[in-house]
Design a protein around this ligand. Structure first.
Ligand code: NDP
Length: 293
């Protein structure tokens, strides 16, 4: 009986907000010994009936186990929480959202204190944690050894995707994916605005919109191939000249519907600039060149 428990990696969890609590519960449910600490003690106390050991201080929690998982508000709070702790020979897995530069600096900071460091970017919301079929996962970067050593434990709350030794890569991938998501939301907002004053049920447009976005999404593979080859005219379906000519319809329709073009205009402006450089036979891929300083 004790044999089974001994096989489960003990975890120290620092930060029991919505996400930290969800992560903790998934490990507790899987039988991992958990030591938890939270700035506001009540959130930690709530997990005691589920089997969590409550530490009075962050230092005590860090001393309890080798594997330390952090899920705090931001990088500043990570610094504050770990300030008075002894990190020698600890394995830090930091799931706190940060910028790539913050993650790289935090990896160096950890190394200087004798700890190993793995950074994570969570591609899930709390209800998706511990629910494998939800598709939620965490991007990891930094120490490959740490990732491999703890992959089984880390795969309890969500899927795991390792994106490289550079500690900043998890947050860079995280932000890249979320940035694309905001572009999609912006496009959907414009689409709903166009029908807002018409006798069209938004719930009737929604499935068409969702299907259309899914149908268009694979275009990113062509973009990636063009970026790799450097040939932006390769396998072009609708060239830039044609698409720029088409922007008139989008802008006139917005005007006719009394909708501000402010979400679409910046992208159209980039398309026009690229066309003006003589790139009419290209795909939209050339726009990326205009964004990179
Ligand atoms: P919450 O606001 O629910 O919790 C924030 C946590 O950080 C709490 O435990 C809070 O402690 C702690 N905290 C904040 N400031 C400090 C500080 N100065 N010192 C010590 N502790 C501090 O946030 P979430 O749990 O939702 O998010 C945690 C991390 O997970 C964030 O980096 C977030 O970006 C990331 N994330 C969250 C997602 C989500 O959908 N919720 C999705 C993907 C990533 P206290 O209880 O005392 O306030």
């Amino acid at each position: 009986m004790t044999h089974n428990l001994a096989e489960k990696t003990p975890v120290t969890m620092l930060g029991l907000g919505a996400m930290g609590t969800a992560l903790t519960r998934s490990w507790l449910a899987a039988g991992h010994p958990l030591t938890v600490w939270n700035r506001t003690p009540a959130r930690a106390a709530a997990l005691a009936p589920e089997g969590a050991q409550i530490a009075d201080t962050a230092a005590e929690a860090v001393a309890a186990n080798r594997l330390i998982v952090l899920c705090l508000m931001d990088d500043t709070s990570v610094g504050e929480v770990l300030d008075d702790t002894d990190l020698a020979d600890r394995d830090l897995v930091n799931l706190t959202t940060s910028t790539p530069a913050e993650a790289r600096a935090r990896a160096e900071w950890a190394r200087a204190r004798g700890a190993r460091y793995l950074d994570g970017g969570i591609m899930a919301v709390p209800p998706m944690i511990g629910v494998p079929e939800s598709g939620g996962y965490v991007l990891y970067s930094g120490s490959r050894d740490l990732f491999e050593r703890y992959q089984e434990t880390l795969s309890i709350p969500a899927g795991t995707t390792y994106v490289g030794e550079d500690a900043g890569f998890a947050s860079l991938h995280d932000v890249a994916l979320l940035s694309a998501m905001y572009g999609m939301f912006a496009g959907a907002a414009h689409a709903f605005a166009l029908i807002r004053r018409e006798d069209i049920d938004p719930a009737a447009l929604a499935p068409m919109l969702a299907d259309w976005l899914v149908a268009m999404a694979p275009a990113v593979h062509r973009t990636a191939e063009q970026l790799r080859s450097g040939d932006y005219t390769k396998d072009v379906v609708s060239n830039l000249a044609m698409q720029v000519a088409g922007t008139r319809t989008f802008l006139s329709t917005a005007e006719q519907q009394g909708v501000s073009p402010e979400l679409l205009s910046p992208y159209f402006e980039l398309m026009r600039r690229r066309l003006a450089e003589g790139s009419g036979e290209e795909d939209l891929t050339g726009v990326i060149e205009l964004l990179v300083n």
